[in-house]
Design a protein around this ligand. Structure first.
Ligand SMILES: C[S@@+](CC[C@H](N)C(=O)[O-])C[C@H]1O[C@@H](n2cnc3c(N)ncnc32)[C@H](O)[C@@H]1O
Length: 320
């Protein structure tokens, strides 16, 4: 079955109302420019468009060609879609002559259609090719990487991005097996990992951590998150909102540290004769940390690990 012939699987948007509320698209802010860095199937984007005035604008991004195909069905003049990482947002804004935005939303990770489609290779629940690329038009697949990377590198990726205790044993098993046959399928990899993982975590498949790690590595998820946050903040208008939904602790730690670094700017030694007005001022105000309600998790178990953080860009001292 080709990717094109696969029916459009559904994505259930996590923290839909909460994320759009956090962007505070009200009053004059409804005329603003907003970015959705992770369009997916457009759940957040569609509600955001409903809240915008006729003068507002939404620029969305996604790396996934199937997400782009869905976005191209939206015929709203206020909306445009960029087939690229949100880590290229500065470039995309420059191309459109935009210098400042009023809000940026990132709903990180992968969408349900990506996980549920065997041909994408994200899940060991289905047998499929070990691809795992969000952007299937470029870059190296997981199978290509596992065929060539050295044992130490494979172990490091699985340890760092999967927080997996048996990373070295898994890497050794992979390297030994690939001398016999190529490692090209999801179930094949899951079975190899299960051989190497000696203890079982309750309610967790032994391959979960390894699949998460390889996916994060192949898609450069953490590097792009750091770059995307930085660029989003550089372009944020005074009172602009940054709203990020994370699905695992590695992502959430990056978001938390980033927001804290803008909210708590280093202060000089208090013994120095510096006037209060000349002290470095915080660049943002932390707004909230929200988790999905029990009802949302019951209706959509994939929401269970979600954490949403939001922050507001503060105007320069003296400005409004
Ligand atoms: C959780 S889904 C977003 C779902 C979306 N909010 C909705 O309601 O339909 C994450 C999406 O972000 C995309 N994505 C993840 N990292 C990305 C990045 N660095 N740049 C652009 N798109 C990214 C994935 O391809 C996926 O389609």
């Amino acid at each position: 079955m080709t990717l094109q012939s696969v029916p459009d699987l559904q994505h259930r948007t996590v923290l839909l109302e909460e994320a759009i509320e956090a962007l505070a698209i009200e009053g004059a802010r409804a005329d603003g420019i907003y970015l959705d860095g992770t369009f997916g199937r457009g759940g957040h984007s569609r509600l955001l468009l409903e809240r915008l005035s006729p003068r507002g604008r939404l620029i969305a991004f996604d790396k996934d060609p199937q997400a782009i195909a869905t976005a191209q069905t939206i015929t709203d003049a206020r909306f445009s879609i960029v087939h690229d990482s949100f880590a290229t947002l500065s470039e995309a804004l420059a191309e459109r002559g935009v210098t400042q935005v009023d809000g940026v939303l990132l709903d990180l990770g992968i969408s349900s259609p990506q996980v549920d489609e065997a041909a994408r290779g994200f899940s060991f629940r289905f047998d499929g090719p070990l691809d795992m690329r969000m952007d299937t038009t470029r870059g190296m697949s997981a199978a290509e990487w596992l065929a060539t990377a050295d044992e130490q590198t494979i172990a490091k990726v699985i340890r760092d991005y999967g927080e997996e205790r048996f990373a070295l044993q898994i890497a050794k098993t992979i390297v030994a097996r690939r001398a016999v046959e190529p490692i090209s399928g999801t179930r094949q990899l899951a079975a190899l990992v299960a051989q190497a993982v000696k203890t079982r975590e309750k309610g967790k498949d032994p391959a979960t951590r390894t699949f998460q790690a390889i996916r994060i590595f192949i898609n450069k998820e953490l590097e792009e998150l750091e770059i995307g946050l930085d660029q989003a903040f550089q372009h944020m208008a005074p009172h602009g909102r940054l709203v990020v939904i994370s699905f695992h602790s590695l992502e959430d730690r990056i978001v938390k540290r980033f927001m804290a670094s803008k909210a708590n700017v280093p202060q000089p030694d208090r013994r120095l004769p510096i006037r209060a007005v000349d002290l470095p001022q915080p660049l943002c105000r932390l707004l909230s940390r929200i988790k999905p309600s029990d009802a949302e998790v019951a209706a959509n178990p994939r929401a269970r690990s979600a954490v949403m953080r939001s922050a507001e860009r503060l105007p320069a001292p003296g400005a409004t």
